[in-house]
Structure formats: structure tokens, C-alpha cells
Design a protein around this ligand. Structure first.
Ligand SMILES: C[S@@+](CC[C@H](N)C(=O)[O-])C[C@H]1O[C@@H](n2cnc3c(N)ncnc32)[C@H](O)[C@@H]1O
Length: 278
């Protein structure tokens, strides 16, 4: 199945249009049916099992209800989070913000186009950028640009998107059965047709050397993409260990008249002495 991106009705309708409001309600149900809050929460929990405080950004966050469901699923030490919800329409209500606050999440909207937001001033250290049912709106060229900006701003990127598959397409045409409105019924097959399969998103990521990429199917109808910046090995951590091991080995086998160390003799890490003195 070839990927095909077409305009979705929900993006064209005014945010307060009654059909748009109803379709956003459908989206919330579909998110739950497809298990997206569970998939996202599991990915976050696995990656950040020991983190307590950090900043999350969600791209194309809509009314924030998706992220709120993720927040509800995260248990244990998940508190003190700052979340920025980027969307070209600001649909975050005071009620949703208050519900986030119950989980100790401080959430603020950032109204505007994601590309503009990503090109704007670099926010304080962002640990993770998320996207749910969002990337499929864009052509490959736009996704490349978006990924470049994301890779410049965050340590981790997680996206849950529709999987482009025949069975997904089949079920997307049956949404009338569960009472979805005309906007949702129009947009759902388009979303599946614009979804992803295989390693399509990984192929668009700008840096394969310094990032670890995971791309796989998730649940029955979804596609999960995770990009994690590889952590550089902290030599200050390993230096004392290497020294201890090296010195012990050297002490064991040191000849009676060892050569004095010269300016160019390398240490255990292979650095010449004059470099170490700098
Ligand atoms: C299908 S909805 C998903 C909303 C939310 N992530 C969820 O799962 O409920 C896509 C959202 O992306 C937003 N959007 C689409 N293109 C955008 C862009 N270029 N910049 C900012 N937001 C955009 C729309 O306004 C919409 O709220």
C-alpha cells in the first residue's frame, strides 16, 4: 500500500464547529480503543524509569486529553513534570489543566504551527518530545525537517501513529458502527492511508550515528517510533576504574628499573603525559 497524505476535514473546520467538537470526542474514544495512551505510557515508563522531574513537549496535542490519559497511567515517581502542548489551535481548558495539576503536571499551551515553534528560541532542556496521531499529516520532506528540529531540541522522541495496513483500512471504514460522526468517518481512512509501516520513519531521521532508533507495530492498528540520543560514555566515571586496574597490572609486572615516564608516554587512557597536564 503506497503512502498517500491528504487533507483531513478536522484540520479544515473551525475549532468550535460542532462537527469538529464531536470528532475530537470520537478521537478520544479511538485513541483509547487503539490503546495509544497505554502504548505511550509504557514507552515513557520503560525509557524514564528513574526520572522524577523533567520537561515534555507534545506536538499537535489537540485539547490535551490524550496526554492527560497518559499522565493518569504513569504511576510511581512521575511528578513534577512540565509539559508544553503545541498545537495551532489552543483547546486546552482550565478543567483539563486542573486535572493535570492533580497529577502534579504543570501544563501550558503553545499556540502556533509546530514548524514555527520548533524553529523558535530553544526551550529549556527538553527531555522528551511526543507526538500522537500527528506525524501522518505530513509528507516525507516535511517530516525530515521536523525530525531535524526535534533532534536538535530533545533527548528522546516518541510517536504513536496509525499503521498503514489492509486490516487497519478495513476497520477504519467501519467506524459508523461505534457512532463516529461524518468528519471522523471521512478522516479515519485518510489517516490510515497516510500512516506508516516498516522502517519508514527511521529512514527520515537525520542522525543514525548518535541516536538509537526503534520502529515497530504496536497494538492492532498502530505504529510506534522511538528515537533516543545515545549517551556519551562519561570518561570521568571510568577513568578511576581504568587507572586502578591498570596500576595494579603495572605494579604486578613492573620491572625492577622501570623507565621514567616521558612526556610522550601514554597513560591508561592512551593520552600522552603533556596532554594530561593541560
Ligand atoms: C488528529 S489530531 C491529534 C490530537 C492529539 N494528539 C490526540 O491524539 O488527540 C492532530 C492535531 O494536530 C494539529 N495540527 C495539525 N497540523 C499542525 C501544525 N502544522 N502545527 C500545529 N498543530 C497542527 C491539529 O490542530 C490537531 O489538533
Amino acid at each position: 500500500m503506497e503512502r498517500c497524505v491528504r487533507k483531513e476535514l478536522l484540520d479544515e473546520l473551525p475549532p468550535q464547529d460542532s462537527r469538529a467538537l464531536r470528532s475530537r470526542g470520537d478521537l478520544l474514544r479511538l485513541n483509547s480503543w487503539m490503546g495509544h495512551p497505554r502504548i505511550m505510557a509504557k514507552a515513557l515508563q520503560e525509557i524514564f524509569s528513574r526520572h522524577l522531574f523533567f520537561r515534555i513537549v507534545e506536538l499537535g496535542a489537540g485539547d490535551g486529553e490524550f496526554l492527560l490519559r497518559v499522565a493518569r497511567r504513569l504511576r510511581g515517581p512521575w511528578r513534577g513534570l512540565d509539559a508544553t502542548l503545541v498545537d495551532r489551535v489552543d483547546l486546552l481548558t482550565a478543567r483539563t489543566q486542573a486535572e493535570f495539576a492533580e497529577h502534579n503536571w504543570r501544563v501550558e499551551p503553545a499556540k502556533g504551527d509546530v514548524f514555527q515553534w520548533l524553529r523558535g528560541p530553544k526551550p529549556e532542556k527538553v527531555e522528551v518530545i511526543l507526538a500522537n496521531l500527528f506525524l501522518h499529516h505530513f509528507q516525507e520532506k516535511e517530516l525530515r525537517t521536523l525530525f531535524e528540529e526535534v533532534a536538535d531540541k530533545a533527548q528522546t522522541f516518541i510517536a504513536v501513529e496509525p499503521r498503514r495496513s489492509r486490516h487497519g483500512m478495513f476497520f477504519s471504514r467501519l467506524l459508523w458502527c461505534i457512532g463516529c460522526n461524518s468528519v471522523t468517518r471521512h478522516d479515519a481512512p485518510l489517516s490510515v492511508g497516510a500512516g506508516f509501516s516498516g522502517q519508514e520513519l527511521s529512514a527520515l531521521w537525520p542522525d543514525h550515528e548518535n541516536w538509537e532508533l526503534t520502529e515497530q507495530s504496536a497494538g492492532l492498528f498502530s505504529h510506534l517510533f522511538i528515537a533516543r540520543r545515545k549517551r556519551p560514555i562519561d570518561s570521568t566515571l571510568f577513568q578511576p576504574i581504568v587507572r586502578a586496574v591498570f596500576n595494579r597490572t603495572a605494579a604486578n609486572s613492573e620491572p625492577a628499573h622501570a623507565e621514567p615516564e616521558t612526556a610522550s608516554s601514554p597513560d591508561a587512557l592512551g593520552k600522552p603525559a603533556q596532554e594530561r597536564e593541560r
